[in-house]
Design a protein around this ligand. Structure first.
Ligand code: PRP
Ligand code: ZN
Length: 287
């Protein structure tokens, strides 16, 4: 069949929208996403993007409206849909937590026994409470959970926390973390044929973009008698590239280092005699 496209669902508006669009763009996929657009066809990749409410994404994938999606692990854990986890994406990090009003005396999770807890995550909360052997009244609501204690409809809440500012402005205090979450690329189970192949091509680009994000390219000069020590600090992809400089006794060393600890590595390199250190961002890193 010609003209097959992979249909991918992403969040229409919310925490994951911008980074999801940004990831596709970094994969060099071009598309329009004007305000209010519900679907968009990419110009240069066989992809159709559907802009949906995040809570609905798992169901749309299971029903076959979309083949794949970008959604938070929180939404997946709450959903009854059985989807294929494809790749953790490293953005949209947050946690699902239990929070109580500041005046509430809390020594441990036993203190919420028989209390009313408002949440949009009744399934996850129920599993958490039963694991702890606690009975409480779960009050399932679909939004604005954080105002429930203030208006007297609940004693506590179970909701997503990212920066913590929503809790703070509503006079709430986080007391238990129930689930850690980040954005995931997921797909319908048992995809096959051209659509599966397109998903593999997309995944290849996603991995290259994320590897590039997590790494830096480093160049430095060093006297030749220091190269052995410097090499030990630079694992590189296979091994660092070492090239002679125009002045004798010196070399230029090129390598790739992890973004996470590059300041530590740079300090050690300097101490080991490296000079003229340059650290550059990488656009794509093909694994
Ligand atoms: C969550 C949650 C809070 C807010 C917490 O909603 O319901 O309102 O984020 O973030 P903060 O700790 O940075 O203040 P979110 O917009 O993620 O999603 P939802 O509307 O899909 O539930
Ligand atoms: Zn939502």
């Amino acid at each position: 069949m010609q003209d097959q496209r992979l249909k991918i669902a992403i969040q229409k508006s919310g925490r994951l929208s911008e980074p999801s669009i940004g990831l596709l763009r970094k994969c060099d996929i071009t598309f329009d996403n004007g305000a209010g657009k519900l679907r968009s066809t990419a110009y240069d990749f066989p992809l159709e993007i559907l802009f949906l409410r995040d809570d609905d994404i798992p169901q749309y994938i299971e029903d076959g409206v979309a083949h794949a999606g970008i959604v938070g692990q929180n939404i997946l854990a709450e959903s009854d849909c059985e989807l294929e986890p494809v790749e953790s994406l490293g953005f949209g990090r947050c946690r699902l937590s239990l929070a109580i009003p500041r005046g509430f005396e809390y020594a441990g999770v036993e203190d919420i026994a028989d209390k009313r807890i408002a949440t949009s995550y009744p399934k996850i909360l129920k599993a958490f409470l039963s694991e702890k052997g606690i009975n409480a009244d779960i009050h399932a609501i679909s939004g604005s959970v954080e105002i429930a204690p203030g208006i007297g409809v609940a004693d506590a809440i179970c909701d997503l926390v990212s920066s913590g500012s929503t809790l703070l402005t509503n006079g709430l205090r986080e007391v238990e973390t129930i689930l850690q979450s980040e954005a995931m690329l997921v797909a319908r189970r048992g995809l096959d044929g051209p659509v599966k192949e397109i998903l593999s091509r997309l995944l290849f680009r996603v991995r290259s973009v994320n590897a590039a994000r997590d790494n830096k390219y480093i160049l430095l000069n060093a006297p030749n008698h220091k190269i052995a020590e410097i090499r030990n600090l630079l694992p590189g992809m296979k091994s660092p590239t070492v090239m002679p400089l125009a002045i004798s006794g010196w070399s230029s060393v090129h390598s790739v280092i992890s973004e996470h600890d590059f300041w530590n590595v740079v300090e050690q390199l300097k101490a080991a005699g490296a000079e003229g250190i340059l650290v550059l961002s990488i656009d794509q890193m093909i694994l």
